[in-house]
Design a protein around this ligand. Sequence first.
Ligand code: F3S
Length: 415
Amino acid sequence: MQLTVEEERMLDGRFGYPVQKAMEILVQLGHIYGAERMIKLSNVHMPGSSVVVAGEAGTNFVEHMAQLDGHFTGLTTLNPAAVDFSSWSELGYPEAAWQLQTRLTGAYCRMGALPCHTCVPYLIGNAPRIGEHVAWGESSAIAYVNSVLGARTNREGGPSALAAALAGRVPAYGYHLKENRYGQIRIDVNTDLAGVTDYGSLGYWAGGIAGSKVPVFTGIPVNVTQDELKMLSAALASSGAVALFHVVGVTPEAPDLQAAFGGRKPEQVLAFDSRQLQESWSQLNKHQGQEISLVAIGCPHASIREIGTVARFLSGKKISPRLELWITTALPIKALAVRCGYQQPIEDAGGRLVIDTCPILSPMADVAREKGYTALVTNSAKLAHYAPGQWGLPTYYGSLQACLNAALNGNFQQD
Ligand code: F3S
C-alpha cells in the first residue's frame, strides 16, 4: 500500500498514539481488501455509539483514546445511543445503561463528535454531496448516503469508523471506487407503492435477494419522497447487506439504465408486483392475536413530516391506556416538532417523542421484561425484522395508518 510521507509519519507515531493506532487499523484493513492507497475523507457517522453495541470494553477503549488527546479530524456525528438522555428513567431504561452511555458519549464528544445520536444524520446537517468520501456506520444510513446522496462509503464498523475519524482517512477500496458502484441486479417495480411501508416491503423483499450486491430499481416514480427512500434503504440493509442501490431516474448515479450498470448486463432481472408485495408483508407479519403493548414509529428516526402526520392524526384523540406509543427521532427534529406545535397533540393523546435512542440499540429486552410487554406494532420493516429475535416479542407490521389505529383501539388490523 502506497502511503504519503504524512501518512508514514502518522503510522510512526509522530502525531500521537491515537493517530498511530488508527493508522495501524486502517493499513491492516487496506491490506486485507487490497487497497493501493488511502483517501482523505470529510466526515464520519459513528456506529458503536450505543453502549448496547460498544459495551464496557468499547467504552473503555474510546475513553482511552480521548484521554490520550485523540481528536476527530472532520465532522463526526453519533448514531443512536442506548437511552433517551432526557427521560431514560421514565421510559424504563436501567440506570447502569444511562451511566455507561454518559461515559461513552462524553468520550466521543471530547474528541469532537456531535452528540446528535441519530441514524438520520443526513436530515440534521450531515448530508455529504455526490462523490464525497465519507466513513459511515449504521446500515440504513450507509445505504442512504451511498445511494440517495451519491457520497461514497463502505460499511464501517465501530473500530474502523473510530480509526477513520482519528486519521481522517480510509483505505481506497470497495464503494470508494467507481468501478464497484455499478448495478448488478435489475428489479422492475410493476406495482403502485402506497407510502413508506410499501417501500419498506419492497426493500425487505429485494434485500433478501440482493444480499450484498447492488440492486437497480426501475418503475419507481420520480416523486418518491425522502421518507420513502429512507425506509427503502433501511429495509434493503435488514434482510440483506445492501450498502448501495440505484433508482433509475431518481438517484444521482442512475440517470438511466446505461449509467446505473456502467454499460454491463445485469446478472439477474426480477419483477416486483403485487404478489411479491403481499409476500413481503406476510413474511413480516407472522404473528396474530396477542395484546399490543407498544406501537413504535420512527425506525429510521422520524422526519419532521412524519411527526407532523402523526400529530395531525392524533389531534383530539386518545390512545388506548393499555399501550405506549413511541415516535423515535433526533433531538433537533424534536426541537422543530415542538416549535411546530406537533409535540402537544401527540402527548395529549398519550404518545411521546423519544430522542437519542431507538428500540434496537437500547436495552429494550430489559424494558420489555420490566414492563411486561406482550407485542409490538411498527410500520418499519427493519424493526419488524429485528424485534422478534432481539426481544422475543411477537411483532405486527403495517402502514402508519394501521399502526396509529392500533394505538387508538388497542388491537392491530391490517388495512
Ligand atoms: Fe435507526 Fe434504530 Fe431503526 S438505528 S434504522 S431507529 S433500528
